[in-house]
Design a protein around this ligand. Structure first.
Ligand SMILES: Nc1nc2c(ncn2[C@@H]2O[C@H](COP(=O)(O)OP(=O)(O)OP(=O)(O)O)[C@@H](O)[C@H]2O)c(=O)[nH]1
Ligand SMILES: [Mg+2]
Length: 444
């Protein structure tokens, strides 16, 4: 069901009109029909009140969700009832509504989530998919707020320093630029990136005739955003898409796989997770639990097995089983030990033998709290294991978020997701513009 038809279902055909923004707005009370088709499904006084509140709400998923979640703090009977009600009000067939609620309920149990605030955006995401509604500005606002929270410490170091720098100078002279470069370096952008960024800023300011610090902000924002610009890649056309996860010890590879697997499952994909981290028994078990929670298939050979053999078998399973995506979790290994890089190469080559072109994505997971160390990790993994994508985790606990800029600009690798906390919800698609604004302390 598309957005417009969803709105029509809730408000009745003639009760909806296009707004100037190209969206939809509820019609005035006079023109609204007295009985929307959905109303026949309502029962009881409470339901009628809810139905009315829904019809009066702005016709957007987040607004409807706000209505049905009003007074609901945690998972339980009331939540299931309200959700079923919303789905029915949007004319979702009874069996589909029930399946949606059951599936979401099962997911919450597996994830051990209880409070609405822990799963709200997951719920909205699922509803948007189930109802075929488009992404909303409101959701983006919430993501931005989360990003700002996550980057609070980085911004405290960088954004405030920047504000002081801008207000403390009246002209863009050499002293100003030197201080700016120092500020970038302090925010873990690295000396090279900082120098390059200052050079580009100077040039842009000259081109545009910007001469005072107070006019610098928009230019700075554009340039920071530009650092993250990378060419689009061609998507894999014949499944399975094979994703190899690499990175040093404890950066968040396994939890990131769980979250990505979860997203893929929600998009209806058949997912296989392979435990090619065979160093620790706990690592294999941890991954199996995640696989069960997300409804992904799982392949392992237990601790001590040959990681390349696990990957090889996983490819067989996926090719026979018609899986859409295969995630290969690898051990947290020290990048200084070259034999470990050899092992990654071996995994790559057996996977490629099974499916030419695989692994299609080799994702390097980097812990942002490591600061400048991230640069060295990126270099070694890129040179030795064909990394073509980066996920930056733990941006929430660090003042070193500027390292994202250093990594992106020095290696020209796309950052696709960022981790802003330990919860599944906290892995977010990376949005260069939002990141630049959050880093610089600008409003969304
Ligand atoms: N604060 C915060 N913690 C995170 C984030 N991502 C992962 N973690 C935590 O980091 C710890 C390590 O995560 P794992 O997924 O086990 O890391 P790994 O890279 O698989 O570790 P090894 O398998 O031991 O190499 C866990 O406690 C995670 O909850 C994040 O974005 N923010
Ligand atoms: Mg792991």
């Amino acid at each position: 069901m598309g957005f417009f038809s969803a709105v029509k279902k809730l408000f009745g055909q003639s009760g909806v009109k296009a707004s100037s923004r190209g969206g939809v707005a509820p019609a005035t009370a006079e023109s609204a029909p007295s009985a929307a088709p959905a109303e026949t499904a309502f029962s009881g006084a409470g339901d009628e009140k809810l139905a009315l509140a829904l019809r009066q709400a702005e016709p957007r998923l987040s607004a409807w969700l706000a209505v049905v979640l009003d007074g609901v703090d945690e998972a339980g009977g009331l939540l299931w009832q309200r959700l079923a009600f919303l789905l029915r009000a949007l004319e979702t067939p009874e069996s589909e509504a029930r399946a949606f609620v059951e599936e979401f309920r099962g997911w919450l149990e597996r994830m051990e989530y209880r409070y609405v605030e822990d799963f709200r955006s997951e719920l909205q995401y699922r509803l948007a998919l189930a109802l075929d509604l488009e992404d909303e500005e409101d959701e983006r606002d919430r993501l931005f707020a989360r990003l700002q929270d996550g980057l609070a410490r980085t911004r405290a170091r960088f954004g405030q320093g920047l504000a002081e720098l801008l207000s403390g100078h009246s002209a863009l002279d050499q002293g100003f630029w030197d201080e700016m470069e120092e500020l970038f370096i302090m925010a873990d952008m690295g000396a090279e990136t900082s120098l390059a960024l200052v050079r580009r800023l100077k040039e842009r300011c000259r081109e545009r005739g910007v001469t005072s610090p107070e006019d610098l902000m928009p230019v700075l924002e554009e340039e920071v955003e530009a650092v993250f610009r990378t060419p689009k890649r061609i998507a894999v056309t014949s499944p399975p898409e094979v994703i190899l996860m690499v990175g040093v010890n404890g950066v968040g590879k396994t939890t990131t796989i769980a979250k990505l697997a979860c997203r893929a499952r929600m998009q209806g994909k058949k997912v296989l997770i392979a435990a090619a981290d065979t160093f620790r028994a706990a690592a294999v078990e941890q991954l199996e639990v995640w696989a069960q929670r997300t409804g992904a298939d799982f392949h392992s050979r237990g601790m001590g097995a040959d990681p390349a053999a696990v990957a090889y078998e996983a490819m067989d399973i996926a090719l026979k089983g018609g899986h859409d995506v295969v995630f290969i979790d690898t051990a947290g290994r020290l990048h200084t030990k070259s034999n470990l890089m050899d092992e990654l190469r071996k995994i790559r080559s057996v996977v490629a033998r099974k499916l030419p072109g695989a692994p299609h994505r080799t994702i390097l997971v980097i812990d942002a709290t490591t600061g400048q160390n991230a640069l060295q990790q990126t270099k070694i993994f890129k040179d030795n294991s064909g990394v073509n994508e980066i996920i930056l985790t733990k941006l929430d606990g660090t003042a070193k978020g500027g390292v994202a800029l250093a990594v992106a600009s020095q290696f020209e690798l796309p950052i696709t997701f960022i981790g802003l906390g330990e919860k599944m919800e906290d892995l977010r698609p990376f949005d260069p513009r939002a990141f630049a604004r959050a880093l610089l302390g600008r409003e969304n």
